[in-house]
Write a protein that binds this ligand. Structure first.
Ligand SMILES: N[C@@H](CCC(=O)N[C@@H](CS)C(=O)NCC(=O)O)C(=O)O
Length: 117
């Protein structure tokens, strides 16, 4: 059985709306993925360990197996292309997710808890 690995880099404070939108894109699909945090205040985005993986040296950056992708909108499109057809109805769950993403700065602790899976 083949397995795939998905890693999402987000900011350590979980306040980036871009990173949270990528998080929601993955979460909506019910995908299992790992989260790694980058301390933007400490300029960790410019350290080689991250900068060599991220074209923009920004969060979010997605690593899917050997493939690396930055930019939240590109990540959302990519996820939808590679994992098609599993988005819940726009009128229900995904609407709630989108709403949650827009409230993210106020609800960052909720996402931090979820990020542990
Ligand atoms: N257009 C990008 C914006 C990403 C972005 O600005 N991320 C910020 C955090 S909100 C970042 O990583 N800043 C670090 C830096 O610019 O050095 C996207 O949609 O992903």
């Amino acid at each position: 059985m083949s397995s795939t690995s998905i890693l999402l880099y987000v900011d350590i404070q979980y306040i980036s709306p871009y990173a949270l939108s990528a998080f929601v894109s993955l979460h909506e699909k019910g995908l299992l993925f790992d989260i790694q945090t980058i301390d933007l205040a400490a300029k960790a985005q410019h350290e080689p360990g991250f900068a060599t993986k991220s074209l923009t040296s920004r969060v979010p950056t997605l690593i899917h197996d050997e493939f690396s992708l930055s930019e939240s909108s590109a990540i959302a499109e990519y996820i939808d292309e590679v994992f098609p057809g599993t988005i819940p109805s726009r009128t229900t769950e995904s609407g709630k997710s989108a709403s949650g993403a827009s409230l993210a700065p106020q609800r960052s602790h909720t996402y931090q808890t979820r990020a542990s899976y």
